[in-house]
Design a protein around this ligand. Structure first.
Ligand code: AMP
Ligand code: MN
Ligand code: MN
Ligand code: MN
Length: 277
């Protein structure tokens, strides 16, 4: 049997459009053999995903995507093969969720100053378990016809430097890696090219990330071009990190991103799944 890993995806437990069950069914239909559910700062979708996966003969890897702050930058760290019941991890997630709740109030106030009312109530109602992301705000702005596309919500209101942007201090990178390790998982730097860092900043980051216990880097994502994969592969090799692959699937409405649909991990890079227990 040929294995097809997809180690980065989202459900309605954070900002995905599909329930954990729907996501697993879709992954199976796309011939994915091992799917990691990696919702933003929550493990609340994992139980359902694991139950559905066990009925469908697909391997479900418990995961998470943590928002972290490193030298004033926001970096996403994917944790794979974690124990969702780890006390240290759950304590950390409670802190992240408090940060998200406070941030949501501030975003809503900023939108109100722009004449947009009712955002807070709407995102609270739309989020399954109080896990509010900017995607929830984007959906609200779209639904209320303040914007005509989701991307426009980020470009006009929610993106970095825009009127409703809130500078957020997330978990320290070091703490986030620690939580993942204490939960028995491996820490992976998500979508490394999306931070738009210079080569020298990437070097600083990857040296520190490794020293802190980070083990992997996403080499292939659902949006990677050939050139992106070449650059990310070089980072993996140079800094001796294992390589991960994942679509970062959020919604069937985005026809460019599909579960399991991306090029294979290039030869010569240690696959992160060889580090799983
Ligand atoms: P948050 O973690 O609350 O800041 O929300 C970030 C989420 O919003 C990401 O995981 C993406 O799903 C989405 N997002 C961030 N930036 C953009 C963008 N420029 N366009 C569309 N979606 C975005
Ligand atoms: Mn997201
Ligand atoms: Mn991310
Ligand atoms: Mn993601």
């Amino acid at each position: 049997m040929t294995y097809k890993y997809d180690l980065h995806s989202h459900s309605t437990a954070s900002d995905g459009a599909l329930s954990p069950t729907e996501l697993v069914i879709r992954a199976k239909a796309q011939n994915v053999t091992a799917l990691a559910l990696t919702d933003h700062d929550t493990v609340s979708g994992l139980k359902e995903a694991i139950e559905t996966a066990s009925l469908m003969e697909i391997n479900l890897i418990a995961g998470i995507e943590l928002s972290t702050t490193w030298k004033k930058r926001c970096l996403h760290i994917v944790g794979l093969d974690i124990d969702p019941n780890s006390k240290i991890l759950l304590d950390g997630l409670e802190r992240q969720q408090n940060i998200r709740a406070e941030r949501a109030k501030t975003i809503a106030l900023k939108l109100e100053k722009k004449g947009i009312k009712g955002a807070y109530e709407a995102v609270v109602a739309a989020s399954k378990n109080g896990m509010i992301t900017r995607s929830h705000f984007a959906n609200f702005l779209l639904k209320e016809n303040h914007v005509s596309r989701g991307q426009e919500a980020f470009d006009r209101y929610l993106g970095d430097g825009k009127p409703a942007y809130v500078t957020t201090i997330w978990a320290e990178l070091n703490d986030a890696i620690n939580w993942i390790q204490q939960a028995g998982g491996v820490a992976v730097l998500a979508h490394p090219l999306r931070y738009k860092m210079t080569a020298s900043w990437m070097r600083r980051l990857l040296v520190e990330f490794k020293a802190m216990g980070g083990e992997g880097i996403e080499v292939v994502t659902g949006r990677s071009s050939k050139e992106d994969i070449r650059i990310s592969s070089n980072y993996a090799k140079k800094f001796e990190l294992a390589g991960s692959v994942g679509s970062d699937f959020h919604t069937p409405k985005n026809q460019w991103i599909e579960l399991g649909r991306f090029p294979q991990l290039p030869e010569g890079i240690l696959p992160i799944w060889e580090r799983f227990d």
